[in-house]
Design a protein around this ligand. Structure first.
Ligand SMILES: *Cc1c(COP(=O)(O)O)cnc(C)c1O
Length: 392
């Protein structure tokens, strides 16, 4: 007989998914109703309003795509990019590389602006590319690069795009709920996010929002969107403002109960307070890492509070140590990616997981395991250094 799956109870401090709030898990276990039930339509309207609040946007075309963050990324590209277009893509980590692939698969030409992994996107280089390519239709970049923990200046980049008559596509998968995302203030045109990072909801949905400029570009396309499922004009037959909602696909009903609950939690806390909490826990974790003698991969000015990349001490086996943390402390932290693979750990403090208990657990666990493995660290100071931040 095969038995029910009972997952181990972990503390998720990697690059996502993050710990899901028990309130969200409870909401997801409520009875399934029809995706056209009037009660469900009311919930959809509330989800849209709450997403507008989270994105700080009045965009009417704001909704969750029924698939993970990668689908939100794809939705932005396939709706806005047409064959023959030129798109400037800023890359400073893994996710900018995926943007490039999306552009190519749309039959368009990517113009790459590369920055070193761990650095933010350089607005000066982007400006040069915009000047060199007056034919460019779009600028795409990642606000919070989860592969490194670097934050880029979204306001400056969106305003450069506007100055050069370009639309902007912004990845806020890791930023939404953790640091300020100000879609209307930035003047961003197509913005996507995810539920499993700082919203602390289960993986599998991707909130997106499109400006009126972006909507005009979508409705005046020469060719139909090559993806039927992600074609926003079709999706809006179900998610739109009209009173008569038509079947497009069956919404993931219970997943949306979860997103609704996670957004209510964000509304209760307030955006400012959520950002402050992420920052405070980051500062405590950083003080602990410093006390251990671990060095950050990102300059303090550009560090994401929700994703902390630190270099491994010399001679430590990356995979073995993470395995030990999982086995002995039920604690998951993330490995490095690309050029940083085997060199850094990525410690997430995202959403519900950004709390004092997790900071202290992570520092105590790393202190203990690293000392056991004979690493050259300053053992015994880390927890006290973090506690000093909390009591200071
Ligand atoms: C996680 C992530 C994605 C992809 O989201 P999935 O839910 O894994 O599909 C895209 N961009 C960034 C910056 C991310 O961190």
């Amino acid at each position: 007989m095969t038995h029910s799956f009972e997952p181990p109870v972990r503390t998720l401090m990697g690059p996502g998914p993050s710990d899901v709030s028990p309130r969200v898990l409870e909401a997801m276990s409520r009875p399934t109703i029809g995706h056209l039930d009037p009660a469900f339509i009311e919930l959809m309207d509330e989800v849209k309003r709450l997403l507008q609040f989270a994105f700080q946007s009045e965009n009417e075309l704001t909704m969750p795509v029924s698939a993970p963050g990668s689908a939100g990324m794809e939705a932005c590209f396939v709706n806005l990019v047409e064959r023959g277009d030129t798109v400037i893509v800023a890359q400073n980590g893994v996710f900018g590389g995926r943007m490039k692939e999306n552009v190519e698969r749309c039959g368009a030409t990517p113009v790459m602006v590369n920055d070193e992994w761990g650095n933010p996107v350089d607005p000066h280089k982007v400006e040069e590319a915009l000047k060199d390519h007056p034919e460019a239709k779009l600028l795409a970049f990642v606000h919070a690069e989860t592969s490194t923990g670097a934050r880029s200046d979204a306001a400056a980049l969106c305003s450069l795009a506007q100055d050069h008559d370009c639309l902007s596509i912004v990845d806020t998968v890791t930023s939404l709920g953790g640091i300020e995302v100000d879609v209307d203030g930035w003047g961003a045109d197509a913005v996507y996010s995810g539920t499993q990072k700082c919203l602390s909801c289960a993986p599998g949905l991707s909130p997106v929002t499109f400006s009126n400029r972006a909507r005009d570009v979508i409705s005046s396309r020469k060719q139909p969107v090559q993806s039927w499922f992600l074609d926003m004009e079709l999706v809006m037959g179900y998610w739109g403002e009209q009173t008569q909602r038509a079947y497009h696909h069956t919404a993931p009903v219970n997943a949306l109960y979860g997103l609704h609950e996670s957004l209510i939690i964000l509304e209760e806390e307030g955006l400012d307070n959520a950002w402050k909490r992420h920052r405070r826990n980051h500062l405590a974790l950083a003080a602990g890492f410093e006390a251990l003698g671990l060095k950050f991969a990102v300059d303090p000015n550009y560090r994401l509070p929700q994703l902390n990349s630190v270099y491994l001490p010399a001679g430590i086996d990356d995979a073995a140590l993470r395995q030990q943390l999982l086995a002995e402390y039920q604690l998951e932290i993330g490995a490095g990616l690309g050029p940083l693979a085997g060199k850094v750990w990525r410690v997430g403090l995202m959403g519900f997981a950004s709390n004092e208990k997790n900071v202290l657990l992570c520092l105590a666990a790393l202190d203990g395991t690293l000392r056991q493995q004979g690493a050259a660290i300053d053992s015994g100071q880390a927890v006290a250094a973090a506690q000093a931040i909390y009591s200071g």
